[in-house]
Structures are given as C-alpha cells and as structure tokens.
Design a protein around this ligand. Sequence first.
Ligand code: MEV
Length: 304
Amino acid sequence: MKQITVSAPGKLMLLGEHAVVYGYPCIVAAVNKYLTVTISRSCRGKDRINALEVADFSFVKESLKVFRHEFSIKDFFSLRIKSELGNFGLGTSSAVTVATLKALAEFNHLNLDKKELFNLSYKVIQNVQRLGSGFDLATSIWGGTIYFEGKTKKVESLHQKFLPIMAFFSGQKVKTIEMVEKVAQLKKRNSKFVEDIFRKIAKLVEEGRDTVEGCDWVTLGKLMTQNHLFLTQLQVSTPKLDQLVETAIKAGAYGAKLSGAGGGDCMIALVSRKNKKKVTSAIEKVGGKIIDVATNAQGLRIEL
Ligand code: MEV
C-alpha cells in the first residue's frame, strides 16, 4: 500500500511573540521534537484520522478541506499522526498543519516549495483561528533559527549552530487564541500603550538578531528578560511564569522569558553549561518541569 510520511518540528519563540501578530518581526528556533503524519488512501468513502496524541483535529480537517479545494482532489485519505511535542505549547497546531499538507502534496505528486506550503498552511490557520502570525508554520517548514517578519511573512535563516536554551513547563495551559484575543482587547482599550510596547519589542528583536548570530549570550539573555517584562505589561504572563523567570535568573541564567502566547505553557532560559544543573534544580524546587529539547533542529522532512 502506498503511503507517505512527513515530520515537522516544534518551536520555541526566542523574542517577539504577540508583536509579530501585528506585523513586527520575531526570532524563533525549531526544536528537535517532531510531529509525524503518515498518509495513505482511504477506501471507506471518508477520511480517517488516527491521532491519539493530538487533542484537536480542527487543523487536520481544515488542511484536508483546503488541500482538496485548492487542487480539486476528490479522494479520501487515512492519516496516522504521532507526536513528540506533548502539551507544552511547542506548536502542535502548526506542525500538524504543515506536515499534513506536505504529506498530501507528496502523496498526490505535487511539488510544493517552502513558500507555497507556507501560504497554503497560513490559509488553514486563518480559517481555523482567524488570528495568528504564521511564524510557527515558517519554523516548522524552514527549521533552524529564523528571523520572521510578521508583515511580509519573509523568512531569513540565521547562522546559528548552538543556542544554550533550556525550556520548562509552567504547569498551566491556555489556548493561544485566548491570549491573542486578550492582547487585542487591551489594544482596543489602550492602543498607544500597546503599540509602544510592540515597537520596543521589535527593537529587542533587531538587537537579538546580531546577538544570536554572534553567540553573545550575555546580551541575548538581557534582551530575553526585557522581552519578558514587556510581555508582563501586555498582561500575558502569570505569577507562575514570573516566578520561573526570576528563579532561573537568580540561579545563574543569562536571561529568561515566557515563550509563546503566555497564560502558561513554557518558560525558556539561556543558560551556560556550567549553570545548567543549578538552574534545573532551582526551577524544579518551585514546580517547573524541564522539557527535554534542543534547538537547531532540521525543518520539515519526508521520511523514506
Ligand atoms: C504564540 O506562540 C505566539 C503569538 O505571537 C501568536 C502568533 O504569532 O501567531 C502569541
């Protein structure tokens, strides 16, 4: 039986979340945890989705719908989805969208390049949750560490081999869309204040680009911590995330911040090899859980 398997990595946002939704840039890294979609033909007159580790099928269903519409395809498919991304905010929705569309394309002998795949995936994200910058799709497709422009959707791969990043789960979960809408409400009430924060975040991202490529961890750490303070002002942090950030820095991290939409999910810290143990045990003492990930992961891959 013919089948195609495609894997897409998860991501960690280094700098720029929320502002990127309004057109500003961000820097994000792919992580070495993958979501894998295997596609074959379904002979039952309907699609079949087998995905024990994915709670929300809406992105898979919308990917099938958008793909059929775009390429006038009438067939039904059987999808088996496996995920190493867990429920930590590493980007399951974007990874599953990108991997499903690429697997569908390969199965149907359609050679989508990176930009075409991004555009199609972005359509799916917009149809399902309306708001969203698409940075996570780009990370899953391109891999590595990227500079992503929210307005133009331009992707620039950064020269970066190793980032001393550690990730921790805060123990809480909130849907990304709820946090994006929270910021949208704040912006409606206080547009000048929020725009000002976005501009300051964008400035950090510009500075961050050189520090990432130059491996200047001391400066990058400072930028991350500043970015966290701006996110606190946007009211997307939580007391737990603030505590994890503070604890990591006290234990010797160069800097730390929430990563992603906020409201829970991940805290990331930039930590030297020497201080890794100290930071881990300090974070675990206050209830954070280490997520075993490394950056500089390869982007989308077709498994042979
Ligand atoms: C979520 O991981 C990051 C946000 O900026 C949303 C987005 O860019 O789509 C909050």
